[in-house]
Design a binder for this molecule. Structure first.
Ligand SMILES: C[S@@+](CC[C@H](N)C(=O)[O-])C[C@H]1O[C@@H](n2cnc3c(N)ncnc32)[C@H](O)[C@@H]1O
Length: 398
């Protein structure tokens, strides 16, 4: 009996207001038939046929109105959460405006943040397989030069990815040149080179691709200096990625290969819907922060490669998702794709004028709150699913 009662309660909990209205309407409508069944006439109770017809119609109308109202309200809520986000001045702006694919300003990315080291390490591990796939394709094109390949890693950071990726195929290479605009990262790369058993093949140098001399001095004076150029998660930080690609194209020898890895916020999706809306809000809010890098870099690689002159372009894309990951794995995934997003606001806050600080603090607080919730979904929600695509373009210079 108590089981039946609990089931009934469960059923009632799932009923919506409009369903209850419909049930009442049916009750009003069916009552006269009950009376008729018991041999009574409706008139005996002072109820006319017209009365119950009107009551039923009113209840039905009520049901329709509630249904329309609920539908409008839910679609408005959805639209609101999808299209509103926090602008750099703390006010709400529309995502459509941001997603109007604004030309990104120069990225204010700071790879020396302590947390960034950790995050890049996670990212390096997660993209190992796709990079290896790209290297293997590239090395097939370069097999004539096996053992004599001259390589360049653009935006090599502290060299962690450089040593790992090139190190796997070290015998194929004659020299590996790493450049990065950040001198402290180049110092770390040089320190690691000392401990590497093939250290003599590596050469690291501080060099900013965005300086006006990069094209004319390095690329024009030394065209065809490299057979393989690799650049991971760096193009979108350049002031003009396509101009930089043109420079790299010049640096490549005939039949040389350029590998570029990028990511794209547009490929990030998750479920349940509430987590998706939260994630979308975080992405939109990051997009609006001045100094953010181009978060739609991945989708552009193929076209950019074609435009700068690569006739032959392969794309190796990889979908990674949360399925089968441990709790730690899911937390790492969150860290890789989302945790750093508050850093852009923090840096802006550090440099802000006193009158701007209040709004930025509020924005940072909102971002931190949203990130904490999303992290929780990644870590603890049993039915949570997230996936994203990594893009690697491989261009062969004919
Ligand atoms: C996201 S990190 C990627 C580092 C490394 N490739 C990896 O996959 O771990 C981007 C790197 O690009 C470098 N970078 C950004 N803009 C640059 C520029 N204009 N010239 C040279 N390096 C740049 C940064 O200093 C940083 O080390």
């Amino acid at each position: 009996m108590s089981g039946l009662f609990t089931d009934l309660l469960k059923l009632l909990k799932h009923l919506k207001r409009e369903d209850i209205c419909l049930a009442l309407a049916l009750l009003v409508y069916l009552t006269p038939f009950y009376f008729a069944w018991h041999g009574k006439q409706l008139e005996d109770y002072g109820i006319s046929f017209y009365y119950h017809l009107v009551a039923f119609s009113l209840a039905l109308l009520c049901w329709c109105l509630i249904k329309i109202y609920s539908y409008k309200k839910s679609s408005h809520d959805l639209e609101k959460s999808l299209t509103m986000s926090i602008s750099s001045d703390g006010s709400l702006i529309s995502a459509a405006k941001i997603l109007g694919l604004q030309t990104p300003m120069k990225s204010s990315y700071d790879p020396t943040l302590a947390s960034e080291d950790d995050r890049l390490m996670i990212q390096a591990q997660r993209s190992e397989a796709i990079d290896c796939k790209a290297f293997e394709i590239a090395l097939k094109y370069l097999k004539e030069k096996n053992g004599r390949i001259r390589a360049l890693d653009v935006g090599c950071g502290n060299g962690n990815v450089t040593f790992n990726r090139f190190g796997r195929y070290i015998d194929a290479f004659q020299s590996i040149h790493g450049i990065d605009k950040n001198p402290s990262l180049i110092n770390s790369a040089n320190a690691a080179k000392e401990k590497n058993k093939h250290g003599d093949k590596y050469f690291f140098q501080t060099l900013d691709v965005d300086i006006p001399e990069f094209g004319p001095s390095l690329c024009n004076e030394k065209p065809s200096s490299y057979d393989l150029i690799f650049t991971a998660l760096t193009l979108h930080h350049f002031a003009d990625p396509e101009a930089a690609l043109e420079d790299l194209f010049k640096l490549l020898s005939k039949d040389g290969v350029l590998i570029a890895r990028g990511s794209d916020d547009g490929t990030k999706i998750c479920y349940p819907e509430s987590s998706y809306l939260l994630m979308k809000g975080i992405i939109d809010a990051t997009m609006s922060v001045e100094g953010i890098s181009d978060r739609h870099n991945g989708r552009k690689l193929y076209s950019q490669f074609k435009r700068v002159g690569f006739d032959l372009v392969h794309m190796v894309n990889h979908i990674s998702d949360t399925v089968g990951l441990s709790k730690q794995g899911r937390e790492d995934f969150f860290k890789q794709s989302f945790s750093y997003r508050k850093d852009y606001i923090s840096r802006k806050l550090e440099k802000a004028e006193p009158e701007e600080k209040g709004k930025l603090r509020k924005q940072l607080e909102q971002m931190e709150g949203a990130l904490t919730k999303l992290k929780n979904d990644f870590k603890n929600s049993k039915d949570f699913y997230y996936c994203e695509v990594t893009f690697v373009a491989i261009g062969i210079k004919k």
